[in-house]
Design a protein around this ligand. Structure first.
Ligand SMILES: Nc1ncnc2c1ncn2[C@@H]1O[C@H](COP(=O)(O)OP(=O)(O)OP(=O)(O)O)[C@@H](O)[C@H]1O
Ligand SMILES: [Mg+2]
Length: 250
């Protein structure tokens, strides 16, 4: 594995059975220690497929991925200890409270006793759940569920955090405060953050580097500013348009 790299993707491809086209096509990508990296692309680009493969939920058709020196095909158990995963589809028990959902998730990550209880309380307060932490999740708004979903991925303080569309369905304010909190984790805890999104303007603000992908392929890669300059654009929307020939929300 290259120095400074925490995720190294080599020629990764995925074809679902019954689907003629590749969901991922010979993808190559290096993610560096300590960066915030945005994987950007429209619906069906292959973002979730990529995430599912690197966290072990899905098997690649070919190619390899190494995470902190561990190969996904051989050392999945070691990988699971150092990554936190926040899935695109909210995975919570609706009849349990936010707190009980988090206690449950924390136990799955190996946290126990008072350490677990205190960590859950700390996160609940940080994310504005002082009042509703003991209400069932089914009474929560979409944004509140998203926040609990996020906390589930960071309870065990992973060194690499993967977030699939963490801010979908949030209003602009909640979205910004979520991204600011992620930035804090990145700076204070040196957490490497890899997230997918449709929100180009948000990625421009928060990411050290981004990749724009479509149809299973990475079309361009670099810091938002470099990409914008290189394409003589004013923002990432312009870059996206140049590479894909369309707007991200078309
Ligand atoms: N279980 C599956 N079986 C067959 N095809 C699939 C399956 N899951 C995804 N695909 C196809 O693979 C491609 C990539 O899908 P994926 O969910 O990875 O995209 P995405 O970038 O995460 O999209 P979105 O922004 O909508 O979440 C799409 O063409 C999709 O239809
Ligand atoms: Mg997806």
């Amino acid at each position: 594995m290259k120095a400074d790299c925490c995720i190294q993707i080599s020629n990764l491809s995925k074809k679902y059975s019954g689907n003629d086209s590749f969901a991922l096509k010979e993808m190559n990508l290096d993610i560096f220690n300590g960066e915030i990296f945005g994987l950007l692309g429209p619906n069906g680009a292959g973002k979730t497929t990529f995430f599912s493969i690197i966290c072990g939920l899905l098997q690649a058709s070919s190619g390899n991925a190494e995470i902190a020196g561990y190969s996904i095909s051989k050392n999945l158990e070691s990988i699971k200890k150092i990554i936190g995963v926040v899935p695109q589809d909210i995975a919570l028990y609706p009849t349990l409270s936010g707190r009980d959902n988090l206690l449950f998730i924390g136990r799955m990550y190996g946290l126990k006793g008072n350490v677990l209880k205190e960590r859950v309380q700390e996160c609940l307060s940080k994310f504005g759940f002082d009042k509703n932490s003991d209400e069932p999740v089914k009474n929560y708004s979409g944004g509140m569920k998203r926040r609990i979903n996020l906390i589930g991925g960071i309870l065990h303080e992973p060194s690499i955090l993967l977030l699939d569309e963490p801010t979908v369905g949030m209003d602009v304010q909640t979205r910004t405060s979520m991204m600011e909190y992620l930035k804090e984790l990145n700076v204070n805890k040196k957490m490497t953050i890899l997230y997918t999104s449709h929100y180009l303007e948000q990625a421009e603000l928060f990411c050290d580097r981004v990749a724009i992908m479509d149809q299973g392929k990475i079309l361009c890669l670099g810091s938002p500013l470099d990409l914008i300059r290189q394409e003589n654009g004013t923002d990432l929307e312009d870059v996206f348009l140049k590479f894909t020939g369309r707007k991200i929300r078309d």
